[in-house]
Design a protein around this ligand. Structure first.
Ligand code: MN
Length: 141
């Protein structure tokens, strides 16, 4: 991956990586995954095309920390208003919290995700964020 590819989504610190085929069934739209660390601590860069977001999901036991590196996006916990995200924002997602994250409809978006290690941790994937609820979010611009 080279700088030119990163510029396609407005510049990112980490390479975009390959199409995220392994988890495509848990995303609406196309995302890209670049594993930055697979030993001791799982750290990976996720890039979302405009309109792309993951399904509602829960990180059991460990939780997850997001470090926003590029573009504009959203984070939403179940039952709470969506939070707009910009580069430099940090989202600390507690375990057992139903949530989703992804791009704004008109912007690429990238974050680094850190999986908080815990005994017996796992991810539970739930329903998609419907177009109706997603389209209710304001444009990031
Ligand atoms: Mn998550």
């Amino acid at each position: 991956m080279n700088q030119q590819h990163n510029e396609e989504f407005g510049g990112g610190i980490f390479a975009r990586g390959e199409k995220n085929d392994a988890y495509a069934r848990y995303f609406t739209g196309t995302s890209y995954l670049n594993m930055l660390s697979t030993e001791r601590l799982a750290i990976y860069n996720v890039t979302f095309e405009p309109g792309c977001r993951n399904f509602w999901h829960i990180h059991h036991k460990g939780g997850q920390i997001l470090l926003v590196t590029a573009g504009c996006g959203w984070y939403q916990q179940w039952g709470a208003p969506a939070r707009a995200l910009r580069p430099g924002d940090v989202v600390n997602i507690p375990p057992e919290t139903k949530h989703w994250h992804g791009a704004a409809k008109d912007s690429w978006f990238a974050h680094v995700a850190v999986e908080v290690p815990a005994e017996g941790s796992c991810n539970e994937w739930l329903e998609a964020v419907s177009d109706e609820e997603y389209n209710r979010l304001e444009s990031s611009a």
